[in-house]
Design a protein around this ligand. Structure first.
Ligand SMILES: [Zn+2]
Length: 423
């Protein structure tokens, strides 16, 4: 039965018929909803007066011909100047074409109408906020959305717009408050987002050297969401900058407990601490423990670096060999191995290693991707720059090797560590 049904769909004539039905349905839905929304505004007069320009406008919208749609709607409002819906549609069309000035003027003309229905006025105000945003006037957009929120504190889409603007302007404490309201209204579990807001707020205080405030925000982030890796990393950094190395290491170690897949983010930070710490035992214990409990290339690499600094060259080479066994194209491990061999005049072994390396030279690239919107990044980001969602960017498997992404993921940390060391 399904086969014959799908055959029916494939035939061109039937497709045309189906498309006709869909378009008729969409027009029906649009007019129906506009009629409902504007009952008080007597929107039904549009249809009863037989405003053919309005229908033509709708048809142009459906065929994506925005210029002609604007023309028809403009004709339509000349016939029926009190039909708010047509103005709303016109404003949206102008905004989508980037003609923000016109869109804004249309919203204002709606808002200023006397005796206008409160819901329609609020919708126009919300649209005005979107116009401002599209035009890049963030402050005005924020003020407008806040007005909408004041009139209707349960509008989730308004709160989401407000949150977005606060995030973009790095006003994390207000973003946090907006997300709290959204969470309450949606009854959703947004603890990971709230934690990120707290960490970001903490980072701002940290940069301003208000360490006490930063620390309390990092701690709140952890109590809000125990798996908030970024909070542990930055709380560790904070103790590190106060020369409380032992405390820093113990905080970074907790990443391995709560989110083992992110332990590699802690390793670089640990390495930065070696030269400062008098007693390296806690670091060594931690790394060995990690290597025992989860055998991944990162852990062996981190242990290798530690052993090398500790003067154990053979031990270091042994750990690199283990890392490369697990991830043959872990190019950072290869590079480190080459450096060790050349530094110790073991050219013959370096040559053998180089020959082996050639086989793996075709896949030197790292990739991260947002599983929500598909955005690709060359480093690990907690918030997707495109869809603005939190914790959606993950390492992806790239062609050729499972883990070509792994070594590159150390890059942002390496940069962070460098900038820290320069201070
Ligand atoms: Zn995304």
């Amino acid at each position: 039965m399904w086969v014959s049904l799908s055959k029916w769909f494939i035939e061109t004539g039937n497709q045309m018929f189906l498309a006709g039905v869909i378009i008729a349905f969409v027009i029906g839905v649009i007019i129906g909803s506009w009629k409902r929304a504007g009952r008080e505004e007597k929107a039904s007069s549009i249809t009863s007066k037989g405003d053919s320009a309005f229908f033509k406008g709708v048809q142009y919208i459906l065929s994506n011909d925005h210029d002609n749609a604007i023309e028809e709607f403009t004709k339509s409002v000349k016939v029926n100047s009190d039909t708010v819906e047509t103005y709303v549609a016109l404003g949206n069309l102008y905004r989508s074409k980037g003609d923000i000035d016109r869109a804004i003027r249309i919203r204002q003309s709606i808002i200023l109408r006397p005796n206008i229905d409160k819901r329609i006025k609020l919708r126009a105000l919300f649209d005005l906020g979107l116009d401002y945003r599209k035009g890049g006037f963030l402050n005005r957009a924020l003020k407008t959305f806040l007005k909408v929120e004041q009139a209707d504190s349960t509008s989730i889409r308004t709160l989401k717009e407000i949150e977005k603007i606060y995030e973009e302007s790095k006003d994390w404490e207000n973003a946090y408050r907006a997300r709290q309201k959204i969470s309450r209204l949606e009854r959703g579990d947004d603890r990971h987002i709230l934690a990120h807001h707290l960490v970001e707020a903490g980072k701002v205080y940290y940069e301003k050297s208000d360490l006490a405030k930063a620390r309390s925000l990092f701690n709140s982030a952890i109590s809000t969401h125990r798996e908030c890796v970024d909070a542990y990393l930055h709380l560790g950094d904070l103790y590190f900058s106060k020369r409380e190395y032992k405390k820093a290491v113990s905080i970074w170690k907790r990443v391995a407990e709560v989110a083992p897949q992110f332990t590699f983010l802690a390793y670089r930070r640990l390495e930065g601490s070696y030269s400062k710490m008098k007693d390296l035992r806690p670091v060594e214990d931690f790394l060995k423990e990690c290597a025992r409990s989860k055998s991944d290339a990162f852990t062996h690499m981190a242990l290798s670096r530690y052993l090398y600094i500790d003067g154990d060259i053979e031990g270091a080479l042994g750990e690199i060999a283990r890392a490369l066994e697990l991830e043959p194209s872990f190019w950072k491990a290869r590079k480190f191995k080459g450096e060790i061999l050349l530094n110790h005049n073991r050219e013959q072994e370096a040559l053998v290693d180089y020959r082996e390396l050639i086989d793996h030279l075709d896949v030197p690239y790292l990739e991260f991707q947002c599983f929500q919107c598909g955005y690709r990044a060359d480093e690990l980001l907690w918030q997707c720059p495109q869809c603005k969602r939190w914790d959606t960017i993950h390492m992806i498997e790239s062609a050729g090797s499972r883990s070509t992404a792994l070594p590159g993921s150390e890059e942002p940390l390496a940069r962070f560590q460098n900038s820290k060391n320069e201070e």
